[in-house]
Design a protein around this ligand. Structure first.
Ligand code: NAP
Length: 525
């Protein structure tokens, strides 16, 4: 059992009481009373707060009492004696756990007093913790062993700052290699996955805050996010993992979309935001780390900016298979860790669902099959990464494409790769196309009054597809509708590429209704 633990981090007693009832209502499975946050600390307050928890939780919710030393992240500089007295009172009041810094426990006068108090109340257990806010602990495995042997019923707790997602693997290894009640977590944005995966890997607790203001450590999620977005209630040791590898990743809509679909399909799968900072070296190290640990259960990834090319390189170098069109595009956005027939080892297969998503959006919008694109004159505006994927898809389907771009040599280069024509933006007024696709960022929030194509170039009978999805209805699409043309929005492409990924991840068709709803909900926010 991994308990979703909500810290109570109020500055005064009345606010602490309110936080206790809020945490119980939010589904907390343990409450941690962070006594060090109280401005005025009296040892007796802990007795009253434990009683509040018993009352609010009907006696079913265990309590951890912590009065953290300032040296290890405590909120206030309360004197050592008062902090110890608070822990002793907590034991007396029947706290299920007290959390003490290992560095203080090894001081004989403190260790002796705490051991003696716990001997009289065997129901209270001791969490011995060590923290590093600057980075990785110098010898996490050694320290873990030392703490584990400090007293018979101890719960070892190591918490350190991950400066990169690759720093989390040591925490995962510690959890994987040990048994019994233990806590190993990473702080910071790069450590987020350790908070979400604690339940899969058997940590005793994962901490989540009541709301964003009440977080007690960097990178802590809210209890609502952990339960509703990251499926805390349904994760177990067998949960299969997926995620989006990106930098930045915080605003990605993919976790909301894929987790909603996994939940709807009743699948024991979880989709994570995977912040991989750096270039090819860091990207390679991340995938090496994942593939070296099959017990983590990673089965697939979405890959986005800035790693789409690195992903392709990695798969080539490691003997994986690449979808031919993805190879020609020079970028992949989906990786599958496929099992080799004979053993647990996995090899990667790489795909590009961007072009497939765009083609599906276009054909659905035009009411045709892909074969219906053969010979259709298409104007693609823009010659960047998205344009490359869409031009690849359109030319593969036999469309007659002209690429218009501000930087003409870039358009020419792309056109040469896919056997189409290139032109400058000044030639747009003479465009003669049945399908017009905007692959530039023009018109994207906050520049919503801009459009890449003069309105009088658009006419009835055309279809206009704008890859920009924020706003959903761009000025270009408004002009298209006014001209009597069909309009296809960028959300359709986004949803279709996610649906194509879902099919690759699960072998089942996606229900794109909840996907589109999840995207529109996020965009409205
Ligand atoms: P990119 O590689 O940076 O390419 C940007 C393109 O836009 C280039 O052709 C650039 O022209 C052109 N451009 C930018 N600002 C311009 C301006 N002020 N005037 C004229 N041309 C301008 O970007 P990308 O990765 O291809 O992404 C392009 C857009 O696709 C994004 O902005 C996003 O809205 C959309 N997108 C949609 C989805 C979806 O699922 N719907 C997914 C990803 C991206 P130059 O070559 O002259 O610089």
């Amino acid at each position: 059992m991994t308990y979703l633990t909500v810290p109570i981090s109020a500055r005064d007693f009345d606010t602490a009481k309110r936080q206790v009832s809020g945490a119980v209502a939010a589904g907390a499975e343990i409450l941690e009373l962070r006594m060090d946050f109280l401005e005025t600390l009296e040892a007796g307050s802990v007795t009253a707060l434990i009683a509040e928890v018993r009352d609010a939780g009907g006696g079913r919710i265990p309590v951890i009492v912590t009065c953290r030393d300032r040296k290890e992240g405590g909120a206030k500089s309360h004197p050592d004696e008062l902090r110890m007295l608070t822990l002793l009172k907590a034991v007396e009041a029947g706290a299920d756990f007290i959390d003490l810094e290992y560095a203080n426990f090894v001081r004989p006068e403190i260790g002796h007093t705490i051991r003696a108090a716990l001997a009289t109340r065997p129901k209270s257990r001791l969490i011995l913790s060590a923290h590093d806010f600057a980075g990785r602990l110098s010898d996490a495995h050694g320290l873990y062993r030392e703490i584990s042997q400090a007293c018979p019923t101890v719960v070892p707790k190591l918490v350190y700052t991950a400066r990169h997602i690759n720093d989390c693997f040591e925490a995962f290894d510690l959890l994987h290699e040990s048994n019994g009640d233990r806590i190993v977590l990473c702080m910071g944005e790069a450590g987020l996955t350790s908070r979400i995966l604690a339940k899969k890997l058997g940590g005793l607790v994962t901490f989540a805050s009541l709301d964003e203001q009440a977080a007690t450590a960097p990178g802590q999620l809210t209890a609502g996010t952990l339960r509703n977005l990251y499926r805390h209630d349904s994760i177990d040791a067998d949960t299969e993992l997926f995620g989006v590898i990106a930098d930045p990743v915080g605003h990605s809509m993919s976790p909301a979309i894929h987790n909603a679909c996994f939940a709807e399909a009743g699948m024991n799968r979880l989709y994570l935001p995977l912040l991989v900072q750096g270039g090819q070296t860091e990207f390679d190290a991340f995938l090496d780390n994942v593939l070296a640990r099959p017990w983590l259960g990673f089965r697939g990834f979405s890959v986005t900016i800035p790693h789409k090319h690195s992903a392709l390189q990695y798969v080539h170098r490691n003997g994986g298979v690449v979808e031919p069109l993805a190879d020609k595009i020079g970028a992949v956005n989906t990786l599958l860790a496929e099992r080799r027939a004979t053993n647990e080892e996995r090899r990667l297969a790489a795909y590009n669902t961007d072009y497939a998503g765009a083609l599906d959006a276009i054909t659905q919008g035009m009411g045709i099959e892909r074969t219906g694109l053969r010979g259709v004159p298409v104007a693609v505006v823009g010659a960047g990464g998205v344009s490359r994927a869409i031009v690849a898809g359109l030319t593969d389907a036999g469309a007659e494409v002209t690429i218009y771009n501000r930087t003409v040599p870039r358009a020419q280069e792309l056109a040469a790769d896919f056997g189409c024509r290139a032109a400058g933006l000044d030639e747009l007024p003479r465009l003669a196309a049945k399908l017009v696709v905007n692959c530039t960022s023009i018109g994207m929030h906050p520049h919503i009054d801009a459009t890449p194509i003069p309105p009088d170039c658009l006419q009835a009978g055309m279809t206009v597809f704008d890859t920009v999805y924020n706003p959903v209805e761009t000025l270009l699409l408004k002009h298209a509708k006014q001209a009597g043309a069909k309009a296809i929005d960028g959300v359709a492409m986004f949803v279709n590429q996610a649906a194509a990924q879902f099919r690759l991840f699960t072998g089942r068709p996606a229900n794109s209704g909840p996907m589109r709803k999840a995207v529109l909900d996020r965009l409205r926010r």
